[in-house]
Design a protein around this ligand. Structure first.
Ligand code: NI
Length: 199
């Protein structure tokens, strides 16, 4: 496995619509190595997720994983999930305000409106179809990562630019309030962890 360089805002690869993966290519050594690199790079950087374009691979692949994340201590856990060619549809029309950051946008956070409940469909790393629902902050994490493969960064979705802040300012002035909001989301939706859909 290789730790890859993470593309930073301004890199054209972050602004291109990534290409779908041909499921027949997934078994290839190159594609499996790319997915291993994506996971390794995400873990090394303490990311909650990472999309292939962020490691300069313009393909529709994202990785998500949260366990006691030091960057996002309030985030509920998410087991390692690899999504190939994912699609997201909202369930219901409820939204919430999520304070987001991104490994491709150094030292900046901001408030983004996300769908509170979503249905995700994708292939796993072996090409098998997967489908699940997620809610709350966890749903926000999946929406953030899938945005990346469409060339969208969270800053594009910040409605009130006065919410933009550094990580230090977030800790000092906004984290306590945001934690309370996350707790109320967890009270409402449970941990929002991916729940497989039947059928
Ligand atoms: Ni990001």
């Amino acid at each position: 496995m290789t730790l890859r360089k993470i593309a930073q805002i301004g890199a054209p690869v972050l602004r291109t619509k990534a290409a779908p993966v041909d499921p027949a290519d997934l078994a290839s050594t190159r594609m499996q190595a790319l997915i291993d690199d994506l996971v390794e790079t995400m873990r090394d950087a303490n990311g909650a997720g990472l999309a292939a374009p962020q490691i300069f691979e313009p393909l529709r692949i994202v990785a998500v994983e949260v366990h006691d994340n030091p960057r996002y201590p309030y985030k509920p856990s998410i087991p390692l999930t690899i999504l190939v060619n994912p699609t997201i549809e909202p369930v219901g029309d409820e939204t919430f305000e999520n304070y987001e950051g991104c490994l491709s946008v150094p030292n900046l956070r901001g408030v983004v409106r996300r769908n509170a409940r979503i249905r995700v469909r994708a292939l796993d790393r072996h090409g098998h179809p997967i489908a699940f629902e997620a809610a709350g902050v966890t749903a926000g994490t999946f929406q953030h990562e899938v945005d990346h493969i469409d060339g969208v960064l969270f800053v594009d979705r910040v409605e009130d630019t006065r919410t933009l802040c550094t990580w230090e300012a977030f800790r000092r002035h906004h984290e306590a309030d945001f934690r309370r909001r996350v707790e109320s989301l967890v009270a409402r939706y449970g941990d929002g962890a991916p729940r497989p859909l039947g059928g």
